[in-house]
Design a protein around this ligand. Sequence first.
Ligand SMILES: Cc1cc2nc3c(=O)[nH]c(=O)nc-3n(C[C@H](O)[C@H](O)[C@H](O)COP(=O)(O)OP(=O)(O)OC[C@H]3O[C@@H](n4cnc5c(N)ncnc54)[C@H](O)[C@@H]3O)c2cc1C
Length: 396
Amino acid sequence: MDLNLTPQEQQFRDELRAWLARNVPRDWERHRLEDTMHERFAFLREWQRKVYDGGWAGVAWPRAYGGRGASLMEQVIFTEEMGREGAPPLANILGLSLIGPTIIAFGTEAQKKRYLPKILSAEEIWCQGFSEPNAGSDLANVRTDAHIDGDHFVINGQKVWNSYGWAADWCALLTRTDPESQKHKGLTYVLVDMRSPGVEVRPLLQMTGETEFAEIFFHDVRVPVENALGPVGDGWNVAIGTLMHERATLGAAVQVAYRKQLDRLLELSHTVERNGRPAADDPVMRQKLGQCHAELEIMRLNQMRSLSRLNKTGVPGAEGSIQKIYWSEFNQRFQQVAMEMLGPYGQLAKGSPGAIDDGIWAYSFLRARGNTIEAGTSEIQRNIVGHFVLGLPKSY
Ligand SMILES: Cc1cc2nc3c(=O)[nH]c(=O)nc-3n(C[C@H](O)[C@H](O)[C@H](O)COP(=O)(O)OP(=O)(O)OC[C@H]3O[C@@H](n4cnc5c(N)ncnc54)[C@H](O)[C@@H]3O)c2cc1C
């Protein structure tokens, strides 16, 4: 693939740079460090609205639904430039990266018009309701029941680990509409208004101290049948669409965040001491930092390769699983290096006197543990690569 920008891409980048230079909120760092999770989310929601009003949200989404109608390469440029300028992330992360693209692929015209613009403007925040206590890796074991009563589904069941469940206005819910069915058959993907009577959200406390995700309980929740995304009974295919986008696109966003963190760690290596001298002079630390840089470059180039394929075929391939394994396991190695370099002060949490960068390193180390679980565990991704990329027999 050609990694040079075309004249059109350069023009896009220059316009974007000028817009970001004028509009990126300069007090983001203070909000990131000092706000509660809810305050920070409100700030990010407002920021996304500004990005939308500026015409930069949904760079590669069709214009008819509020997007910019540009290419995936321009979407990548957008992500990279946001990182370069130190811009805050966009609030509606699941709507933008997983659920919106699934609605584009499987939605009716009415659904696209109804939901997509409000995902882009952050007017409506989305969460993903797939996992259940007995259906995680084995997602086809979903038991949340949605039986049809007239022109409504009546939904009963429980979901778990739902990121942004506490903030969401809508949920992309995987349900079982045929109680006699097994596994991949008889499932339906339903778009559920989180304010419907009978929806109960219970936040889950994580070891980072945040309640980033929640459990969601459904008690006789009535949802119009027209809210099915794709045909009733064909939810598995639609859900796979969401999962493939999740694996293929999350890598692009995290890669930019990791680069910023590595740059900051390199800066700190000149002042933090290891073995009586700056960490930057310590031969072992230098080796480890060099390794992180090399791995991050590999991640960036592989990301370009899988996006280039997505650009050509329009569908994310199983190699998204390679990216998922790579970024999640890289981040755990990288956060370990950061802990080794920063020493005990790096382990201090937000608010502790002496905590380096007000505890962001301790937070990032703990948060990285979930990376090899969320969006499908490393074991499951390796099974997918084994079967779909290498042609090995199925693992079950
Ligand atoms: C930070 C975070 C955010 C999340 N956000 C969401 C969200 O927004 N929405 C949502 O629906 N879910 C979300 N999840 C849930 C996530 O998708 C599941 O946790 C994940 O799919 C694993 O399922 P499980 O927890 O039930 O573990 P299990 O499936 O019970 O797995 C337990 C262990 O067994 C291994 N294992 C299972 N089956 C196999 C196999 N066939 N071969 C080899 N090993 C196997 C797994 O790799 C794992 O190590 C999130 C999880 C995390 C950590």
